[in-house]
Design a protein around this ligand. Structure first.
Ligand code: BMA
Length: 930
């Protein structure tokens, strides 16, 4: 009996083993340049740059001007080669293919002297038939890459008309023509990043042998039925060898539930998709996936088994979430000319998008580890962000990025990878883009975090505003635009994924852009869609400078990263604000001058005679401006979420600042430095994105204080059109609510301070607001107003008063000597805010405070430390540093309003108390002046 069973198992296994086999080719390869003067080992996935670094052929490409010094690397052609040994079994499969998940970018793939395929798009998966090229025994594979800049130079010459812009500005120190190749656009340089036009096998590469069918992709879609139950649609995409029909069955299971379904399938090379619609009965408890701050991020394993008639099983597991997403673009008024709303609704809940923009975390993509991505996205979640826009000049991110976003509740606004340029539309290019879009949609579709796809970054606006000289033949470029985004990208999205909103561009006028023929008259309009808003020379601390859009998906200012971060790539003599390298490093034209021009509007420049100390102080100054500017602009957007002004602007429902994290060490818009250190802006974001925000601002001679509450569960009105909409003058906007009050289901909000959302009334928030006036020279408030309030909308003014009246009531002797402070009762735990009554360059009475780190203690939680501070006077922008220690403080850049304060330091690495103590230093604004 035993013998029979064993024979059966052996024969089944023989069939099973023969029916699907994978040989991984990742790992060690040989990398050589065109004349073979360099032949070194290189790891796959990877690029020639990291191979050269690992082999000590070159130094740190980010060091000083090494990007220029190493320009030859990107201009040379590099070949990846390796050998592998095969036994005869692999050749017995009906199909033997080489699967390249990512080739960067233009290459010829040769197996044993036979060309098996070519590539020219790093965003597609190539599958080459290599069966006839293989031999039993030793095989050699060559992937011969071409220099990307050289390749585009050649194809540019063949073009009948220029695809604009021909080149990047000289300040970028970059390469020309990124738009001619389907490759990370910023790898040719950007206004925040270097030019390292990589070549290499940047994703997995493997050989696959199969007889009947192989599963390539699995997608899923969740829809809520009218009765509240869920419909789960699963699509399975396969490859079937020519001349074969794969009979079998497909089985789907949802982990942790009783949901399981199986159907028979019959797949052929042309008819190779299997679809399953699963109606999940209401009796099965399904927990929704919610964005960060709104609830849990429940995820389910979806197991898919595809079994052919021989019993060969393909299986895949993806993690899915149940949620709905839609975009609401209703007219905001009976007067249609004032435009439409633009906001997202997830699981029926209208959301204010709070977040930032994402660029690749490194110029060398192979250096982007899960740990680094987690660090960045966790840092985003820690400051209450719920959204990240994956910007169109980088990459469709690695799977781990979306997996982490799913887990952390960060909603992803995914651009297709086209940015700041016109693009070719010849047949070959469009076919390549079609394959890319299809592949990426199938890869990304199942992620609950992905809430929208957008055609490109700024190309509609660029065309309409003639950024690149397209007006010489607007019609031609517009036709190209339509061919690419409307006829190609959009039409494939419509075939593959109608489960989430599609936006033609960012920014765009949303649906209005499409109604206006895909290139709107004013893609920057505040009455429709999203805007990108950059104002470098206006007073960044004055909210009246900013427009009132439906959503702001980019806005930003620059600042310098910390001295410590620059030390890794600067020489000691570069450590001067006006050094040649400092100028070189800022790709944004006049960026460093601009930062100083901003600074002098707000504060006095540091005057330390030691130029390195002065540089340190100037770094601090740029970070203050950056943080304050983004605070003012973000709070402005959040205050406008529930009202319209006299021109119908408002109901702003998103603020995504530019940008989250740096690609290298340089002055940029990022709030997180290369390496993960938080700039002052990132600490400020924890306050200005807080679910409960006290937001005061100066409105002429008045002070107006808003309370903004994400957690208030008010139900929106689907059509917020009142037939008689009386708009009030801009200076005194009518609090016109997008939201109506009604009871919302379960309230997951946590209560704040002494103020409460009444669990019985989740649509109401009441308590006391304390408004205090301080003189900069005393820890004692001059005067306190206690204002009881009840709010019932997500952003509402609760206090408005004439500032001069307040000053005289309080006994403040001069406006310049005073500031206003706001809290709900316990400033150490609840939200607080403050506004100075004059800019810091004219302020009076702030002393040069001595702040001391009085004690540092390890806590019972590993890698968490308590840091005690004392101060002898009020101090603004207190900045504590842990030099070369990875981690973050519970707060930083804050106003020291008491003579003692306790912070927590969260170390991201194991560190002992003594090392941490020695690394700490602290300063505040007035310490800069001598
Ligand atoms: C926007 C972005 C990026 C750019 C940023 C700062 O236009 O889309 O292209 O880096 O501004 O200039």
């Amino acid at each position: 009996m035993k013998v029979i069973v064993l024979t059966l198992i052996v024969s089944l296994c023989a069939k099973f083993c023969l029916s699907l086999k994978t040989i991984n080719l990742n790992g060690q390869w040989i990398v050589s340049n065109s004349n073979k003067s360099i032949t070194i080992p290189g790891v796959v996935p990877g690029s020639m740059y990291t191979a050269l670094i690992a082999n000590n052929t070159i130094g740190d490409p980010y060091y000083r001007k090494n990007d220029q010094l190493y320009r030859w690397i990107g201009q040379d052609d590099w070949t990846y080669t390796r050998t592998f040994t095969l036994t005869s079994d692999i050749l017995q499969y009906r199909a033997v293919v080489l699967v390249c998940e990512g080739l960067d970018t233009v290459s010829t793939v040769i197996v044993n002297n036979k060309t098996v395929g070519t590539s020219d798009n790093m965003f597609v998966r190539y599958v080459y038939d290599i069966k006839s090229a293989l031999v039993v025994g030793e095989n050699t594979i060559y992937v011969e890459f071409r220099s990307a800049p050289k390749y585009v130079e050649e194809i540019a010459k063949k073009r009948q008309y220029p695809i604009l812009p021909l080149c990047v500005p000289p300040e970028y120190h970059g390469e020309c023509g990124a738009n001619l190749i389907r490759k990370t656009q910023c790898s040719f340089s950007w206004d925040w990043g270097p030019s390292f036009p990589t070549q290499g096998i940047w994703k997995d590469i493997y050989i696959q042998g199969y007889d009947t069918v192989v599963m390539r992709d699995v997608t899923s879609e969740t829809t809520r039925n009218k009765d509240g139950s869920w419909l789960l649609k699963v699509d399975v995409f396969t490859d079937v060898p020519l001349g074969t029909t794969a009979q079998g069955h497909l089985e789907v299971k949802v982990g942790g539930t009783s949901v399981t379904q199986s159907i028979p399938v019959s797949l052929t090379p042309d008819n190779n998709t299997a679809t399953m619609n699963i109606n999940i009965p209401k009796t099965v408890i399904i927990h929704e996936w919610w964005p960060n701050g709104y609830g849990n991020q429940t995820l389910y394993d979806l197991f898919v088994f595809l079994t052919d008639s021989f019993g060969t099983m393909n299986n895949k597991r993806i993690r899915i979430g149940f949620r709905t997403v839609e975009i609401v673009e209703d007219y905001v008024s009976a007067d249609k000319s004032v435009g439409r709303s633009f906001y997202f609704r997830v699981n029926g809940q209208a959301l204010f998008l709070k977040g930032s923009n994402w660029i690749p975390a490194d110029a060398f993509l192979e250096r982007i580890t899960r740990e680094r991505v987690y660090g960045y996205l966790k840092s985003a979640a820690d400051v209450h962000m719920n959204t990240m826009r994956v910007w169109g000049g980088g990459i469709y991110e690695f799977d781990m990025f979306y997996e982490l976003a799913d887990e952390l509740g960060i909603m992803i606004w995914q651009d297709f990878m086209f940015a700041c340029a016109m693009y070719p539309t010849d047949d070959h290019f469009l076919a390549s883009v079609s394959a890319e879009v299809r592949h990426q949609l199938r890869r990304l579709k199942h992620h609950p975090s992905v809430i929208a796809f957008s055609g490109n970054n700024e190309n509609e606006k660029a065309l309409r505003q003639d950024w690149y000289g397209t007006d010489v033949n607007f019609t031609r470029y517009k036709n190209d635009y339509l061919k690419l985004y409307k006829d190609t990208v959009h039409s494939i999205v419509m075939q593959e994924d109608t489960s989430r909103p599609f936006l033609s561009s960012s920014p765009s006028n949303g649906i209005e852009t499409q109604l206006e023929g895909w290139v709107a008259k004013q893609p920057w309009s505040t009455h429709y869609g999203d805007i990108h808003e950059y104002n470098y020379l206006v007073p960044f601390y004055d909210p009246s400078q900013f427009r009132i859009p439906r959503m702001s998906s980019e806005y930003g200012l620059q600042s310098f990263p910390s001295y410590e971060t620059l030390e890794a790539v600067y020489d000691i003599h570069d450590m001067d604000y006006w050094s040649d390298l400092n100028d070189y490093r800022n790709h944004h034209p006049f960026g460093n001058v601009e930062m100083m021009a901003e600074a002098i509007q707000y504060l006095k420049l540091p005057n330390n005679p030691d130029r390195r100390q002065r540089f340190k102080d100037l770094i601090y100054v740029t970070q203050i401006d950056h943080a304050v500017g983004m605070k003012v602009q973000t709070e402005h957007y959040r205050r406008w979420q529930n009202k319209l002004d006299n021109e119908g602007q408002g109901n702003t429902m998103g603020a995504l600042y530019w940008m989250l994290a740096d690609i290298w060490q340089a002055p940029t818009w990022a709030s997180i430095e290369y390496g993960g250190k938080w700039k002052m802006l990132h600490y400020f974001a924890r306050h200005f994105f807080a679910p409960t925000l006290i937001s005061p601002y100066r409105d002429g001679s008045d002070i107006d204080v808003f309370i903004v509450l994400d957690e208030l569960r008010v139900k929106e009105v689907r059509h917020p059109v009142h037939h008689t909409l009386h708009f009030r003058p801009k200076s005194n906007p009518r609090p016109f609510s997008l939201f109506d009050i009604s009871t919302w289901g379960s309230n997951q909000a946590t209560s704040v301070s002494t103020n409460q959302i009444n669990p019985q009334k989740p649509d109401e928030f009441s308590g006391n607001l304390y408004v205090e006036i301080y003189s900069w020279d005393s820890f004692q408030a001059l005067y306190t107003w206690k204002i009881p309030f009840t709010v019932n909308s997500t952003a509402q003014s609760v206090f408005r008063h004439n500032v001069n009246d307040m000053i005289s009531t309080s006994g403040c002797i001069r406006t310049k000597r005073c500031f206003l402070f706001f809290h709900f009762g316990d400033p150490s735990s609840g939200p607080t805010n403050y506004i100075p009554l004059s800019e810091f360059n004219t302020v009076e009475g702030i002393s040069n405070a001595t702040i001391q780190i009085s004690d540092v203690q390890a806590t019972s939680t590993q890698n968490e430390f308590t840091v005690m501070l004392t101060a002898d006077a009020i101090a603004p922008f207190v900045w504590i540093e842990a030099y070369n220690v990875k981690g973050r403080f519970s707060d930083n850049g804050f106003l020291m309003l008491r003579n003692t304060m306790t912070l927590t330091f969260y170390a991201w690495e194991t560190i002992d108390l003594a090392t941490l103590k020695a690394a700490l230093s602290i300063k505040s604004l007035m310490n800069m002046y001598h």
